[in-house]
Design a protein around this ligand. Structure first.
Ligand SMILES: NC(=O)c1ccc[n+]([C@@H]2O[C@H](COP(=O)([O-])OP(=O)(O)OC[C@H]3O[C@@H](n4cnc5c(N)ncnc54)[C@H](OP(=O)(O)O)[C@@H]3O)[C@@H](O)[C@H]2O)c1
Length: 265
């Protein structure tokens, strides 16, 4: 694997790291960075071709990768998928709940179906994975859960559904960090601001244009983030550097949470 620009090569040696949505964008870069640090990685997402291409690219660089399609919304798929990871690698040390998705819309334009889909993926899907993985971690004596959320701290106009779902995940992060501390399961979150990634390609052209031109003006550091910025914080929390951190959310957003809005109400 290509060496990490930040961390020592064996930082996550032999750890088993599960990354949902690990076939693209931020999730793929998280998986690659963990593999570069010696982890065995398991990636799951719905689109098989993209998932397998990501896995193959990592294997070609010497990484040990488990890749199998997964829909985190389907609770019946989640248990067997994690069992298959356990069978392959013998453990589940770290779960990164990165899979997610939404569409920009004024709140009144969100249909009941659209609302349910976004909540189902971002909140219920995260819960499905977390609940099932925690069982394995409890019997193994501990683990780490890292939830990728979003910058919704002052409301999220144009993204009401995902703002509600991510706020739910942040509260879940705190609750589980307390309930599961006795099991040595550390639960944290990383909240990306606006990151240049494949996720942005799914937005309409006008939104993408605004993200490239207007949005940076509303970020104190005056630039978008990169996928590795998020991956480095995830690794920090997964590594011994995070041994005494639980229930926290790290904002990786160039200061945006403190200032400016992404979308105008
Ligand atoms: N980019 C940003 O600026 C930004 C900012 C804040 C938060 N985030 C969040 O960061 C995460 C990664 O985003 P990204 O920018 O890398 O976008 P992305 O490339 O669209 O990544 C989302 C990933 O989640 C997977 N996924 C979606 N629904 C799923 C499901 N039901 N079951 C399993 N996998 C599913 C997708 O794969 P399939 O379609 O193949 O299932 C895809 O690999 C997302 O949760 C996103 O909302 C991104």
């Amino acid at each position: 694997m290509r060496p990490s620009e930040i961390y020592r090569p064996d930082l996550l040696k032999d750890k088993v790291v599960v990354v949902t949505g690990g076939g693209s964008g931020i999730g793929r870069v998280i998986a690659e960075e963990c593999a570069a640090l010696g982890a065995r990685v398991a990636i799951g997402a719905r689109k098989e071709e993209r998932l397998n291409a990501a896995a193959e690219a990592m294997r070609e660089q010497g990484a040990e990768v488990f890749a199998q399609t997964l829909n985190i919304r389907e609770v019946d798929q989640v248990g067997p998928w994690l069992e298959a990871v356990k069978e392959r690698f013998g453990a589940i040390d770290v779960l990164v709940n990165n899979a997610g998705g939404q569409f920009p819309s004024p709140a009144m334009g969100i249909s009941p179906r659209g609302w349910r889909a976004v909540i189902d993926t971002n909140l219920n899907g995260t819960w499905n994975m977390t609940h099932a993985a925690a069982g394995h971690m409890m019997s193994a004596g501990g683990g780490r859960i890292i939830n990728i959320v979003a910058n919704m701290w002052r409301g999220f106009p144009g993204m009401a559904h995902t703002g509600a779902a991510r706020a739910g995940v942040v509260n879940l992060t705190k609750t589980l960090s307390l309930e599961w501390a006795r099991h040595n399961i550390l639960v944290n979150a990383v909240a990306p601001g606006v990151i240049r990634s494949s996720g942005l390609d799914t937005y309409p052209e006008a939104v993408r244009q605004s993200i490239e031109t207007t949005v940076p003006q509303h970020i104190p550091l005056k630039r978008l983030g990169k996928e590795l910025d998020v991956a480095w914080s995830v690794v920090y929390l997964a590594s011994p550097a995070g041994d005494y951190i639980t229930g926290e959310t790290i904002c990786v957003d160039g200061g945006q949470a403190h200032w400016g809005m992404v979308f105008q109400p």
